[in-house]
Design a protein around this ligand. Structure first.
Ligand code: SIN
Length: 314
């Protein structure tokens, strides 16, 4: 669906969320006061009607993360539903199945090995708080996960944090101080520290002198117009992942450490404990996510899509 077609589907702003949900025949139940809502009454395999799309879109904008349980989706279903929100990125080669030509839009997140080879990516190491692909010029607006296999002991939950609320909770002096600052994001190192293909480990050793996209530290969401703290990620392995332009490295590190303390408090976070069949979509423009440790002896298989944005963070 093109962006013009998507715009045509935007609900009339005078229509209340309750009316939109009623029209679609769904219930939207918040999972915490801060973030997340479960949508009940949807089967994502069905035709995605304009009323259903309007309801999912509204719940996602209002609650930042939506959960739909008991979804038995093929990869084609997952792609079709995700495309209702925009064009999809293709997964990196290590996150794609052997039949990658059939469904290159599916990223496999898994710790499972077959014949000694990983079937997906992100293995079973914990992932710290981050925003997907903040190190690119136009990061994706949404990411989605569909749970196919989950550890039976309940480990491997995914945390989500509401970055509108983190911004609002900052002391006023700090909020004013960061209002117009800009952050450079390291594209050279992956979240778990590896040097990305095509980058030179030595050249990109220091974030302050490395090239990288620059985004506002406080961004305005293009749809809700609300402002959110946009930190991207703190570390890539043991490397600083971001740098505040116009500061010395020491000033930048100190300010970022101070801001990340508010994330570490996790006051506006929700940890989703997965069940097989869960479908989750988060708004990458106002949410960070992380994955807790999990029992690596147990299988965890998620199929993931990533929905492109059409505008840079602003
Ligand atoms: C991700 O960061 O996209 C993966 C999260 C997870 O495995 O729970």
């Amino acid at each position: 669906m093109s962006n013009t077609e998507l715009d045509a589907l935007q609900p009339d702003p005078s229509t209340t969320a309750a009316e939109i949900y009623r029209n679609a025949g769904v219930d939207v139940v918040p999972v915490t006061d801060a973030i997340g809502a479960e949508i009940r009454g949807l089967d994502l395999r069905n035709e995605f009607t304009p009323a259903a799309r309007a309801a999912v879109h509204r719940a996602w904008l209002e609650h930042c993360v939506i959960l739909v349980r008991d979804q038995w989706l093929s990869d084609a279903d997952l792609i079709r539903f995700s495309r209702g929100f925009g064009d999809l990125d293709h997964g990196p080669p290590m996150a794609r199945a052997a039949d990658q030509d059939t469904h290159p839009e599916i990223f496999i997140v898994s710790n499972v090995l077959e014949d000694g080879q990983p079937i997906g990516f992100l293995d079973d190491r914990p992932l710290p708080w981050h925003t997907d692909m903040s190190y690119t010029e136009v990061p994706p607006k949404a990411s989605t996960l569909h749970a196919l296999e989950v550890p039976e002991d309940g480990s491997g939950s995914t945390g989500f944090i509401n970055m509108y609320k983190v911004l609002d909770s900052l002391p006023a002096a700090l909020r004013n101080r960061i209002a117009s600052l800009r952050l450079k994001h390291d594209p050279a190192h992956a979240l778990q520290g590896e040097v990305r293909h095509g980058f030179d480990a030595v050249t990109y050793e220091h974030i302050e002198s490395a090239p990288g996209p620059v985004h506002p530290l406080v961004r305005t969401h293009p749809e809700t117009r609300r402002r959110a703290l946009y930190l991207g990620r703190h570390w890539n392995g043991d490397k600083r992942a971001t740098f505040v332009l116009g500061m010395s490295r020491a000033q930048s590190d100190s300010l970022l450490d101070e801001l990340w303390q508010f994330v570490a408090e996790e006051r506006y976070a929700w940890y989703h404990e997965w069940r097989v069949g869960d479908y989750v979509m988060w708004d990458n423009r106002c949410v960070m996510h992380r994955r807790g440790p999990f029992n690596s002896a147990m299988r965890r298989v998620m199929h993931r899509t990533q929905i492109k944005d059409s505008v840079r963070p602003m």
